[in-house]
Design a protein around this ligand. Structure first.
Ligand SMILES: O=C(O)c1cc(=O)[nH]c(=O)n1[C@@H]1O[C@H](COP(=O)(O)O)[C@@H](O)[C@H]1O
Length: 274
């Protein structure tokens, strides 16, 4: 099954636009897990079990595992998600971007080692840095377009003087991804929930691409404004929240609190799509 088929299936089955991001920081783990990097798997697996009927995707962020020498725990977590939530697609947030020969290794890591259904990529090095990921039929690749952080403007909002009509860099990325780069229908775009006007602009330029939209919750993005700007009948949105769900409580009730936070975010997103 392709990433897009899985995504549509999970969206319908769980009535959800919510993606829970798995960004485990040992010092923020609750209760007895706090500070113990060997418990990253236990924490994330419990979050998966508590929320897998509420989400359209999970998004593990690879840095939170690699930084703590926990890649083996990420591998176990991927297997756990396959067994416990086989209907939910997994987007590996790796933000890779390198020359083709190195990109082949990154693609192998994402799709073969970890078995992800989709990956996040930086498009800064151009199409040949994206192409190796497209050699994996049915896998998704989300290109950073208009990111949620304040510094995203530094490059993404610059005008491309040499291109006719002088679009901004992020607009050019959106056009390329909707058009010539999307050879097998595998591409999507990352747009921050912190910039609803830019979400609307990206949706205009890329009417059918799935948009991965992080930035609600801890970064303060508005769930309703996000849906109004990006959600259409032909263009799916995947709205990510990580810390606001993972660390909803640091007490004994952390699993219940994570579930409640996911439920509330899912409800807010659904209310806005009417
Ligand atoms: O590609 C991403 O997922 C991403 C893009 C972006 O523009 N902004 C952004 O916050 N992210 C990721 O989305 C997650 C946001 O986490 P919270 O702010 O805790 O919900 C983190 O894993 C970020 O690395």
């Amino acid at each position: 099954m392709t990433f897009l088929d899985m995504l549509q299936g999970a969206m319908a089955r769980n009535d959800s636009l919510l993606c829970v991001g798995l960004d485990p920081e040992p010092r923020r783990l609750p209760g007895a897990l706090r500070g113990d990097a060997r418990r990253i798997y236990d924490f994330c697996a419990a979050i998966v079990d508590a929320t897998c009927d509420l989400v359209c995707a999970f998004k593990p962020q690879i840095a939170y595992f690699a930084a703590h020498r926990a890649e083996d725990q990420l591998e176990r977590l991927m297997q756990h998600m396959r067994v416990s939530a086989p209907h939910v697609p997994i987007i590996l947030d790796a933000k890779r971007g390198d020359i083709g020969s190195t990109a082949e290794q990154y693609a192998c890591e994402a799709f073969e080692r970890y078995g992800a259904d989709a990956v996040t990529l930086s498009p800064f090095m151009g199409f040949d840095s994206i192409e190796p990921y497209l050699q994996y039929p049915g896998k998704g690749a989300f290109l950073l377009c208009r990111t949620s952080n304040p510094g995203g403007d530094d490059l993404q909002a610059q005008r491309l003087a040499s291109v006719e009509g002088q679009p901004l860099l992020y607009e050019h990325v959106a056009r390329q991804a909707q058009g010539p780069w999307n050879r097998n229908g595998q591409l999507g775009l990352v747009v921050g929930a912190t910039y609803p006007e830019e979400i609307a602009r990206v949706r205009q330029l890329a009417p059918t691409l799935p948009l991965l939209i992080p930035g609600v919750g801890a970064q303060g993005g508005d769930a309703a404004a996000t849906v109004r700007a990006g959600f259409t009948a032909e263009g799916p949105i995947i709205v990510n929240s990580s810390r606001a769900v993972l660390y909803a409580s640091d007490g004994e009730d952390w699993k219940e609190a994570a579930r409640a936070a996911a439920q509330a975010t899912r409800a807010a997103l659904n209310a806005a799509r009417g």
